[in-house]
Write a protein that binds this ligand. Structure first.
Ligand SMILES: Cc1cc2nc3c(=O)[nH]c(=O)nc-3n(C[C@H](O)[C@H](O)[C@H](O)COP(=O)(O)OP(=O)(O)OC[C@H]3O[C@@H](n4cnc5c(N)ncnc54)[C@H](O)[C@@H]3O)c2cc1C
Ligand code: FES
Ligand code: FES
Length: 1256
């Protein structure tokens, strides 16, 4: 059976039975249509990389192509980013603005952002407000930019926009809002060309019913033992993976009855499979009718479910049925509907409709029950009060810790006639707080007695279950109580509520965000120092820029998936892949035994301890790869990988599993074999002063952080003649080439790498990606066919090391003026199972004193690596420095707290008068109005019991140390004078190529448009140092300037005074002058230097939920003379926001008894989103040319240092919490906040008791 749709206007007629029954639109677009602008990463609707638009001729909407099944695409027009605009047909205004307004760095997320924006504009006829836009990107993660420039670019299209747009992209008229036509007929699609049934070779069946009768015929056909699915939007797969055994798929989209709605005076009936987006539109409109005003609250609640593309496809019934199948699912639709006593219409065969309550529906054991509709009653606002809540770890696109819906019916005396008090996220069998519902009847809800009794009882009713990785029962029950209290505070008449409590009734209100970017440029060195657009910005925003997985291979390519070991500490006995090899499509399975050379993906000759590609004996961590399955599709490889059986010999009896640093430190006796002293102070014993004014001791803990690159670990290998062509997402081509060669016992000359760009690196592609690269190379070598290996998100999070977690145990003596006279800091960093890539003796040590003045005798620093049963930890943006600077800044803050002095004053008391920071800090405090804002914070805190604010400062002294060598080649073409640069660095979003092009253009004296930077490879970039440590850009710029000077010297004899560049080049060519030159940068060519920075963060916290707003952040960073200010501002903003995620939301939880990572998906690991960033985000680059000789042309690195400033946010939170605790009557005590400080940490440290909740 064939189906027809169009992609970017091109018709596709596809024989569905030739493809897997559950193939996604994403796989089809990328692998069959070979259009690569649409990316993928999470494959679960949580990252936005795969977003594209679809149109049925009537309307256009966005979908996550990773979830949309191809078999539901008949007659649709699919629009991808390259179809929206490209070099040939011209770029779309959205693409142009995003590129021009600095909204793309690595670019991997950019097509998804563009398409999400396009869909919004189409959906709303081009009329969208700034607020609507800012609210609509919750499903798009960007790890590079910090979102500010993306939001600015998007908001510039809003009807109420006040955002300044560069004049080059003001051509809004070609926004291309017209609806597209049906691919089959060439006219608006009427939806009439549908098929009804398809039977696949493997017995799978698809049905496309048009009526309820056809739907039930299909259901009747399904044998009782077969698994089936009624396909709404297939988005539940993003939460709970669809069973691979499903044999029958029934597409519900053609059944009109399921998509209708009707409103009467006393009820609104919603078709069960209305999408959440359509539902929101209906609710918004119906809320204008009397009796239905409450629907606005419901609509706002649904706005917090998932994200725009998921809501465009996901349906009400799909959500409720997910709850039916998984009672623990904290469904927002369920909790809201249950509080509203929504009834369902269900059908068990084509004729028997039944009206029942939601609880009855969830409990109904019938397998083939269809949800037809939902009935929402009217609730006149003079008789009913309704509100609902959802509290999550970040502002959007996260499931609830706890959600709740409360409906009170009041009689004519304003007494409660009936109450529905519902909570989700407590435990599967807890929905109604029945005792409280009964208690309320007959009372005014705000009566002090009732309030007292309610909160005396409520907490004990919950008994939340304890299921990791969910938040703790203590948090969830306290939060749930806080929500009911919030409800009462909000709805009680003002006279009934203490003025200080009133603001507790509101959730945090986030206004529109904005930013300010200040920098200076030097016209005389243009284009160096000029604020130019990123070189590849335009093709990144159109999706034409290619990444490793966009390299096309021949149709005989195969795909890989790792098989993971599960028994940590045990030794592998046997690996049985017989079942996996029987699985359809599986081509091969390889283990350590198949490796012809060395079984390590870390090169010992590069200073690494060997780490096995495939575990051959002792299992070091959960999911450690033991082998690789190779199959015809990625899905087949992943499914087959689960069929491989591994048997183990038992671990030795003294083995105690300790996957985290906390496990090592909480064990009764610290196992000394796990603690490696790597940086031991020369000072044997610190001599503290005999009479300190105060002694301060403490412990400070920071967790792991996953890099969360939007581009997964990816390698494509193509056997070519007698060698391998390798396209690997690596930050270090030299090492990747070396490990592949050694794995396969090949010569380096036969392993040639090419890397065009990475979709983000942040350190995780320095060596960790080599495991995928070596496995793929092995498969290609054995099979002699192209191999593609894109690691899944779960596998990456399970197998790849993270930022080193860190624990600092400190003790210091302090004078009353804040001066620290003696400090000892023992710090311990989580190495994972070995100490490769240790920052302990490097940047953690270099930065541990930060800007402060110590002597050899009053500062004792001892650093240790701690071995845990987890993947070997790795470099992660500003590795070691984030920890080093945070440890010291935490000590300063703690000291200030204990001596009750302002933390800024304590910093000043400890900064050397000779340091530039001694002048920068007072100036910063003055210009950012630190003291007056601090007073405002104090006043706010004094007037508000349940909302608290804080102002946190941090300063930074970041050392930049040059190492290694970076080669480059510059070629000038005589044809037209254009120039190509290739080099050994890696462009991964940091803008290296833009800076290089600027330097080449400046040195050669030509326009920037002449210069192109080509892919990095192991010929021109042979023997190159890793691109990391923030030194890559400057090092390659140095090499390129040297080369251009050589070329200038060669051109000098033919340069004529009035000759143009092209004429000069032509003349040189005529004289056979070599127009290709190579050279390199090497250690010693530039002097090391320091980067200074300051940040001031202001936060507001909701004491009752633990949620926060970052109200304002000011950053001042000494960027020297920025080579490319937009690039550098982008680096500062992005690095800071990545740091904020570390301190606030990125929580990794391991299961104690098996060492499994429980937070390995977008569903439960939460980097910050667009609505979590500072509301007012101000960045200033200090213009500060350095003395010649150090660094490059006076510039300084920006990619890593600002990450270290984000710690300021937890100092602000400390202040907010202290005020809450003081109000709660607790003694003054320093709180151990660390990374991450989540809403749970905040609420549980706020000090209040539920029994205290009162209105007056
Ligand atoms: C990234 C992400 C974030 C999310 N966040 C949230 C959140 O914060 N809160 C929340 O509540 N939800 C959340 N969800 C869940 C989301 O709301 C559901 O995935 C969606 O509503 C399911 O609808 P669907 O049509 O795609 O269902 P499908 O995936 O198509 O189907 C799900 C199940 O429902 C059954 N089904 C569908 N229609 C019917 C019917 N008419 N009768 C009987 N059975 C039927 C199917 O057989 C299937 O078993 C999130 C989902 C994703 C992907
Ligand atoms: S890949 Fe589809 S949302 Fe992440
Ligand atoms: S630019 Fe957004 S993830 Fe890199």
């Amino acid at each position: 059976m064939s189906t027809t749709f169009t992609i970017n206007g091109q018709p596709y007629t596809v024989n569905l039975s030739d493809l897997p029954p559950d193939i996604t639109l994403n796989t089809f677009i990328r692998e069959h249509a070979q259009l690569t602008a649409t990316k993928f990463m999470c494959l679960e609707g949580g990252c936005g990389a795969c977003v594209c638009a679809v149109s049925d001729g009537k309307s256009t909407w966005t979908v996550n192509s990773c979830l949309k099944l191809l078999n539901t695409c008949a007659q649709l027009e699919i629009i991808t980013c390259e179809g929206l605009g490209n070099q040939l047909s011209g770029y779309h205004p959205i693409q142009k603005r995003l590129a021009k307004m600095n909204g793309t760095q690595c670019g991997f997320c950019s097509p998804g952002f563009v398409m999400n924006m396009y869909g919004l504009m189409e959906q709303h006829g081009g009329r969208v407000t700034m607020e609507e836009l800012e609210n609509s990107f919750g499903g798009n993660i960007c790890r590079c930019t910090g979102y500010r420039p993306i939001l600015d670019a998007m908001k510039s299209f809003a009807v109420d926009s006040d955002i300044e747009v560069p004049k080059e992209c003001m051509d809004i008229e070609d926004l291309n809002l017209k609806a597209r036509n049906c691919g089959k007929t060439g006219k608006a699609c009427k939806g009439s060309c549908r098929q009804t049934k398809l039977i696949y070779e493997d017995g799978s069946q698809w049905y496309w019913p048009n009526t309820l009768t056809e739907l039930f015929e299909a259901l009747d056909n399904i044998p009782d033992t077969d698994e089936f699915m009624m396909v709404g939007g297939n988005t539940a797969h993003g939460v709970y993976r669809r069973s691979p055994d499903i044999k029958h798929f029934i597409d519900l989209s053609g059944v009109e009855d399921l998509h209708q709605y009707s409103s009467e005076r006393d009820k609104l009936t919603l078709g069960a499979n209305l999408s959440l987006t359509d539902t929101m539109d209906i609710l918004r409109n119906t809320s204008k009718q009397s009796g239905f005003e409450y629907l606005e609250v419901l609509c706002n609640h649904i706005d917090l479910v998932a994200n725009v593309p998921v809501r465009n496809s996901g349906t009400l019934a799909g959500n409720i049925c997910t709850k039916k199948q998984h009672p623990e699912f904290p469904s927002d639709i369920f909790i809201s509907f249950e509080a509203l006593d929504v009834q369902v219409i269900a059908i068990k065969d084509a004729h028997e409709e039944q009206e029942m309550s939601l609880e009855e529906f969830l409990g109904d054991p019938e397998r083939k029950i269809l949800l037809k509709a939902f009935i929402l009653p009217s609730y006149p606002k003079d008789k009913y009060i309704y509100d609902s809540y959802k509290i999550m770890p970040r502002a959007q696109n996260a499931h609830a810790y706890v959600n709740a819906g409360f409906l009170l019916e009041l009689d004519s005396d304003s007494k409660v006639k009936s109450a529905r008090i519902c909570f989700g996220g407590i435990r599967p069998d807890f929905i109604h707080a029945i005792d409280i519902e009964q208690l309320m009847i007959g009372h005014s809800p705000y009566e002090s007695n009732l309030v007292e009794q309610t909160f005396a009882k409520l907490e004990s009713l919950f008994k939340p279950d304890e299921v990791l990785p969910d938040a703790s029962p203590a948090y969830r029950s306290k939060l749930a109580c806080g929500l009911l209290y919030k409800f009462l505070l909000k709805h009680a008449p003002d006279a009934e509520v203490n003025g200080k409590f009133k603001s507790g009734g509101e959730l945090l209100q986030r206004p529109l965000s904005s930013g300010l970017q200040l920098f200076q440029t030097q016209k005389q060195t243009y284009p160096v120092t000029q604020a130019v657009q990123k070189l590849e910005g335009m093709i990144q925003c159109s999706g034409e820029a290619t990444y490793m997985n966009d390299v096309l291979t021949t149709s005989n390519s195969v795909y890989c998936a790792f098989v993971g070991a599960t028994k940590v500490g045990a030794t592998i006995d046997q690996i049985d892949a017989s079942d996996a090899l029987q699985h359809p499509g599986v081509v091969a399975f390889y283990t350590a035994k198949d490796i012809p050379g060395t079984n390590t993906f870390c090169e010992p000759s590069f200073g690494y301890e060997a780490e096995e590609i495939f575990c051959s004996g002792l299992v070091r961590y959960s999911e450690q790869p033991v082998g690789v399955v190779v199959a015809l599709t990625a899905d087949q490889a992943q499914r087959a990988a689960r069929l491989v059986r591994v048997s183990y010999s038992n671990p030795s009896s003294d083995f105690k599993l300790m996957p985290t640093l906390k496990d090592v430190f909480s064990s009764e006796t610290r196992d000394p074999s796990r603690i490696l002293p790597l940086a031991i102070s020369k000072l044997q014993q610190i001599k503290f002063s005999d009479k300190p004014d105060l002694e301060v001791r403490g412990i400070f803990e920071m967790g792991l952080q996953y890099h969360f690159t939007m581009e997964p670990q990816t390698t494509i290998i193509i056997p070519f003649e007698d060698g391998l062509k390798v396209f690997s997402a690596t930050q270090w081509i030299d090492q990747t080439q070396s490990v592949i060669a050694h794995t396969l016992q090949m010569k380096a000359k036969d392993v040639q790498l090419q890397v065009r760009r990475l979709g983000g690196g942040y350190g995780c592609k320095i060596s960790r990606g080599n495991q995928v690269a070596c496995a793929a190379a092995l498969a290609a070598h054995k099979l002699n066919r192209p191999v593609r290996f894109v690691q899944t998100l779960e596998s990456m999070m399970d197998c790849n090391g993270k930022r080193w977690a860190c624990r600092s145990e400190y003790q210091c003596h302090v004078k009353v003026n804040g001066r620290i006279v003696g400090l000892s800091n023992d710090f311990y960093e989580d190495a994972g199972w070995n100490a490769n890539e240790s920052p302990v003796q490097g940047h953690s040590t270099y930065t541990a004193a930060n800007c402060y003045e110590f002597t050899d005798s009053n500062f004792k620093l001892s650093g240790h690596a701690v071995l845990t049963d987890a993947p070997s930890s790795t470099w992660c943006r500003a590795p070691g420095s984030v920890e080093g600077i945070a440890m010291m800044e935490n000590i300063i803050e703690h000291v200030a707290f204990e001596i009750q002095k302002d933390p800024a004053e304590v910093r000043l008391a400890n900064i050397s008068k000779k340091s530039k920071m001694a002048t920068l800090l007072p100036e910063f405090l003055k210009t950012r109005e630190y003291y007056s804002r601090k007073k405002e914070v104090d006043t706010f805190n004094a007037n508000n019991r349940w909302k608290k604010r804080g102002l946190g400062l941090s300063v930074m002294n970041f050392p930049v140390i040059y190492i290694g060598q970076f080669p480059a080649t510059v070629t000038i073409y005589h044809v037209d004078g254009t120039v190509v640069v290739t080099h050994g660095g890696i462009e991964m979003g940091q803008g290296m190529n833009t800076k290089i092009a600027q330097v080449a253009a400046y040195t050669l004296g030509i326009d920037l448009s002449y210069v192109k930077v080509e892919s990095s490879d192991t010929i021109n970039g042979a023997n190159s140092m890793v691109t990391g440590y923030a030194i890559g850009s400057e090092s390659v710029c140095y090499a390129v300037r040297k080369i251009c000077e050589t070329l200038n010297a060669r051109l000098k004899p033919v340069r004529k005074a009035k000759a143009s560049w092209v004429e000069t080049v032509e003349a040189a060519n005529a004289q056979l002058i070599n127009l290709i030159a190579s050279d390199h940068y090497k250690t010693g060519d530039m002097q090391n230097y320091h980067v200074l920075g300051l940040a001031l963060s202001e936060v507001e916290m909701d004491v009752l939920t633990g949620n926060i707003l970052i109200k304002r952040v000011d950053i001042l960073e000494d960027a020297g003379e920025s080579l490319s200010p937009w690039i550098d501002v982008g680096q500062v903003e992005g690095a800071f926001v990545m740091g904020l995620g570390y301190w606030l939301s990125e929580l990794l939880i391991y299961e104690g008894d098996n060492g499994r990572l429980l937070t390995n998906r977008t569903w439960n690991y939460k980097p910050l989103g667009a609505k979590d960033i500072p509301i007012d985000f101000r960045v200033e680059l200090v213009h500060n040319p350095r003395p010649s000789g150090s660094g490059f042309m006076g510039s300084k690195a920006t990619g890593e240092p600002p990450c270290c400033l984000a710690v300021s946010v937890i100092f602000a939170l400390q202040q907010a919490l202290q005020s809450a605790r003081q109000d709660a009557g607790l003694p003054r005590e320093w709180l151990r906040l660390g990374a991450p400080t989540t809403p749970e940490t905040l609420l549980l440290n706020a000090g209040h008791q539920v029994a205290e909740f009162k209105l007056k």
